[in-house]
Write a protein that binds this ligand. Structure first.
Ligand code: GDG
Length: 725
């Protein structure tokens, strides 16, 4: 679902009506997937006051939602573009708050939710796009609790101090929390969102997880994390390689009077894009004589946008005044200082422009991602060209080899422009190669796949080590210091019926040995098992850090296992043992495992249905006698602990103990999700097998984990040898 459908309604001069697919990265990424799964796209066709019947377009059902002229004015131009847009972009322009706009936003969101609820199959996955539809997740969940619901916010999510200005701040958060997964562009956006939830609702949050109470006893876990969007990189490169487009790019240079340097800006004419700041910096460089219009031309494409919103009309006047002044002061005949274009161009022309630009200027004051920056990089297969990029654009989190600027600091922008104009070829190409790796490693297909996989749990997992994981490992290996933390059962060792028979798969021991001997690497095993049992089955070398019983027991560079339980906890353990042993004794195939701070009821070998019944019985008896116990559910195991610790706590303790700069965590079980939840943005999470997960990467089983560890050791050894740490 998105505000706008990916098709445009067209009326020919003779009155014939037709639909044309609007080419965009999102459509390209989702099209094959939607066709495969009989998907439907719900959205507004862009024409007010008209009803359109659902229709099929290239194998995708299109479900048009009607907007009246007043809806367009209040919900779209008003609340979306003149309240939320400026508020979410750090109030660069003052947001307007109008109650009738809000009412319309609620009404239209309801209409979208109803349209989706009517077409979604039982248990379907619904992915809601962007800030115009923030109330839809909650409305959909209420109407259709069977659905799996994801939301992606394409624009920033502001810090609490700004967000809290919104009169409807609680309703919007509540709307979003109806989703199972809420995606943002940057780590900081997800953090701002979670903080707002804590401040306004007081729900517990931990890492990327938010526990939203849905009944008095039960809560629903919502994940809020970053998924930086990207572009269809290969298709941009393909266009750039077309001879006619290359010819057009040469022609552009010619038509501009063959300047030594062409600088380019491509933006929707929007106050968030910092077009005025860019022109000011350039104007000062011309005025000071650091640049001359004979040598340098700035091409500025400002595509028309939201022309009925007052702030945009004012902006247009302001920019065009500045352009006129600058050209009047500095252009010569045949050498325009700025070549300014207030219209949209076909994609081919954009690519020709990118190809001809020696310097690309992205000076946004605030931008969710900024795809223009990524498009420029994708097009430059010649490994040339310099990207000047605002640190306030989401893209700067990934594109660190650009010349990064603070656009508010005009001196900084000026020196970045000069640095870019004068940058030696070798440096240009070194930076561009690194940028291109990023843009090709994470393209829009990878983005949507990773979002949907996190949302739905990646039902099928292919064998082998996927390419994006190889890239992630290569990057991770260059950390100054690194912690490799690994779950054991199901991760290093295949799951077996008798826990004491578990053994690490072939190759793991050797890879672990190699890692242990490399500079700046620590290895840890993080298990739910009691440590004696882990030591027995894993036989770890002395240097491996160990945490067992979900972090209750630790052995961190000490000769013995450390654990402390108070007398009351020991007493609880005795009661627990009595109850569980009685239940296990009455069900064939069930057994109890004793742990230092808890007990586990195993039901893997019970007859169908009996295991579940035994687990239910244990839960119900113990919730009365020992209500403070921590209960944890795994695959056919039910664990009760007298101490509440998670693998997340264990990982935090390991991070503190080792002081590692970056962490890799690998695990297969639901209990490993607590560890994935505390990973930071440049850490690496690896989920083994299917099932919903917060981890950024996934492999099929322990065989792949052995390969992953060997690869990491190879990359680390290379990084140590090249001294690039
Ligand atoms: C929002 C967020 C986030 C522009 N002029 C023409 C044209 N374009 C294309 C560009 C690019 C797209 O429009 C603009 O995308 P941006 O990402 O730069 O910015 P927003 O429109 O503000 O997008 C943003 C994005 O959503 C995705 O999540 O990155 O932060 O604000 O693809 O090439 N394309 C053509 N002619 C033009 O004249 N063909």
């Amino acid at each position: 679902m998105s505000n706008r459908l990916p098709v445009d309604h067209e009326v020919a001069p003779d009155g014939t009506e037709s639909w044309r697919t609007s080419p965009g990265g999102l459509v390209t990424a989702l099209e094959p997937l939607m066709r495969e799964s009989e998907g439907a796209w719900v959205g507004w066709p862009g024409v007010a006051d008209r009803d359109f019947e659902p229709f099929s377009n290239d194998g995708i059902s299109i479900v048009p939602v009607r907007l009246s002229t007043q809806d367009v004015e209040f919900y779209y131009e008003g609340f979306s573009n003149d309240t939320l847009w400026p508020l979410y972009h750090d109030v660069i322009s003052p947001p307007s708050f109008h109650r009738e706009w809000w009412d319309s936003y609620v009404t239209v969101n309801k209409r979208f939710a109803a349209a989706a609820a009517a077409v979604a199959a039982p248990g379907a996955t619904v992915w809601v796009q962007d800030y115009q539809l923030q109330l839809v997740p909650r409305m959909l969940r209420d109407a259709r609790p069977d659905l799996v619901i994801g939301f992606f916010n394409h624009i920033p999510f502001p810090p609490y101090g700004i967000y809290s200005q919104l009169p409807w701040r609680k309703q919007i958060l509540d709307g979003l929390l109806g989703a199972d997964l809420i995606g943002f562009q940057r780590v900081a956006d997800a953090g701002n969102f979670s903080r707002a939830v804590r401040r306004l609702f007081g729900y517990p949050t931990r890492g990327t997880a938010i526990d939203v109470p849905d009944t008095a006893q039960h809560s629903r876990r919502v994940i809020a994390r970053h998924f930086p969007i990207s572009i269809d990189s290969a298709s941009f490169e393909e266009l750039a390689k077309r001879p006619d487009i290359q010819e057009r790019s040469r022609q552009i240079r010619e038509e501009l009077g063959n300047p030594k340097t062409i600088m380019l800006g491509v933006d929707r004419l929007d106050y968030t894009k910092g077009i005025g700041h860019r022109i000011k910096a350039y104007g000062e460089l011309l005025a000071e004589g650091s640049l001359s219009a004979e040598d340098v031309t700035l091409v500025q494409v400002a595509s028309p946008s939201r022309e009925r919103v007052a702030a945009y009309m004012d902006l247009r006047d302001e920019i065009e005044l500045a352009v006129g002044r600058l050209n009047g002061d500095h252009s010569t005949i045949g050498h325009p200082a700025i070549s300014y274009h207030h219209h949209g161009y076909p994609r081919e022309e954009m690519v020709a422009l990118y190809l001809s630009a020696d310097v690309m200027l992205v000076t946004a004051l605030r931008d969710g991602m900024n795809l223009v920056a990524k498009e420029y990089v994708a097009v430059r297969f010649d490994n040339d060209g310099v990207l000047v990029l605002s640190e306030f654009a989401g893209a700067s989190d990934e594109l660190k080899q650009a010349v990064l600027i603070n656009p508010h600091d005009i001196e900084d922008v000026k020196s970045a422009i000069l640095q870019a104009v004068n940058m030696p070829k070798r440096e240009r190409s070194r930076r561009m190669r690194a940028l291109r790796r990023k843009v090709f490693d994470n393209d829009v297909a990878a983005w949507s796949a990773s979002f949907l996989e996190t949302l739905t749990g990646g039902a099928k997992v292919a064998a082998g080590v996927p390419e994006n994981l190889v890239a992630g490992l290569r990057d991770l290996a260059s950390a100054p210091t690194l912690l490799v933390a690994l779950d054991f059962d199901g991760t290093l060792a295949p799951l077996v019926d008798e826990p004491e028979n578990a053994r690490a798969t072939e190759g793991v021991a050797e890879a672990v040995q190699r890692l242990l001997h490399l500079d700046g690497v620590r290895v840890a095993f993080v298990s739910g098992r009691a440590l004696v049992s882990l030591q027995h089955v894993a036989d770890p070398p002395d240097e491996v850090l160990l945490t067992g019983s979900h972090g209750i027991e630790v052995k961190l560079d000490t000769p013995t296992i450390e654990l402390s339980l108070v007398a009351a906890e020991l007493e609880q353990l005795e009661t627990l043992a009595r109850v569980l042993e009685r239940i296990a004794g009455s069900v064939a195939g069930a057994w109890v495992e004793r742990k230092p701070a808890g007990m586990v009821l195993h039901t893997r070998l019970t007859a169908l249905g009996e295991g579940d019944a035994a687990q239910r019985e244990a839960r119900s008896q113990l919730s009365e006698i020992l209500p403070t116990l921590t209960v944890r559910e795994g695959k056919n195991v039910l664990e009760f602990s007298v101490r509440s610790r998670t693998k997340g706590d264990a990982l935090e303790q390991l991070r503190a103990h080792t002081g590692a700069d970056r962490v890799m965590y690998a695990g297969d079980d639901v209990t490993d999700e607590d560890a994935f939840a505390v990973l930071r943005s440049d850490d690496l999470g690896l989920k083994i097998g299917p099932g919903a997960s917060l981890a950024g990467y996934r492999v099929q089983g322990p065989d792949e984990v052995a390969q992953v560890l060997a690869l990491l050791a190879d990359f680390r050894a290379a990084a140590v040898a090249a001294r690039t740490l």
